[in-house]
Design a binder for this molecule. Structure first.
Ligand code: DX5
Ligand code: ZN
Length: 215
């Protein structure tokens, strides 16, 4: 069944504790934490202290999405803060093998992400090394952007590769996932959907989780 990872970037920061409780109560599986450095992408968000606070207040799996240049400088502090999964971008390193190993040595699961303009072929050779591939369906920076339709074909291509090679690698998608776009996304073979604005902006959070899981 599809897993749902609400992105706390769309939560009310002044009420973060309650927002996280509400995600858990709604049936969300993971929490997605968008880390931006104002260099890899044009926004600044949060760091390891947020992860530490979330770890204290929730038992949800912490999916940390590093949209930063030189992500390896931060692996240790996020691992110590309680991240369960550390995802970094192929754009930061065309040969990510060493970084993947660093993450594993810190005891976390490792994920690799790619931007909408990066050929899928750039990540395929590394999928046997990671627990998860995170396909961006918007350009990193902000929540509330529109889903890029070409992402469906890209998701299906990654899905076929994973299945064909019998890899133990989950496929996650990030950006513009909503009640409207979810059916095709799930048809394309995505395992985990990140949802920012569509989740935190919905008055019926339990309803949206139930709906996505019913697809
Ligand atoms: C975009 C972030 C996303 C974003 C998703 O740079 O990586 O995780 O918060 O937000 P929505 O679901 O609103 O597109
Ligand atoms: Zn993200």
């Amino acid at each position: 069944m599809t897993k749902i990872a609400p992105s706390i970037l769309s939560a009310d920061f002044a009420r973060m504790g309650e927002e996280v409780k509400s995600a858990k109560a709604a049936g969300a599986d993971w929490l997605h934490i968008d880390v931006m450095d104002g260099h890899f992408c044009p926004n600044l968000t949060m760091g390891p202290d947020m992860v530490k606070a979330l770890k204290k207040s929730s038992d949800l799996f912490l999916d940390v999405h590093l949209m930063v240049t030189n992500p390896e400088n931060f692996f240790e502090s996020f691992a110590k803060a309680g991240a369960d999964l550390l995802v970094f971008h192929i754009e930061t390193d065309p040969d990510p093998t060493d970084k993947i190993k660093m993450i594993r040595d810190l005891g976390c699961r490792a994920g690799l992400s790619l931007n909408p303009d990066k050929p899928v072929s750039a990540v395929l050779p590394y999928l046997e090394q990671v627990d998860l591939v995170l396909l961006m369906s918007v350009f990193p920076g902000y929540s509330g952007q529109s889903f890029i339709p070409e992402s469906l074909e890209r998701a299906a291509e990654i899905r076929s590769f994973i299945d064909e090679h019998k890899l133990d690698c989950a496929l996650e998608i990030d950006g513009g996932v909503s009640r409207t776009t979810a059916p095709d996304i799930i048809k394309a073979g995505v395992d985990i959907v990140v949802m920012g604005s569509a989740f935190f902006g919905d008055d019926d959070r339990t309803g949206i989780v139930r709906y996505i899981k019913s697809l």
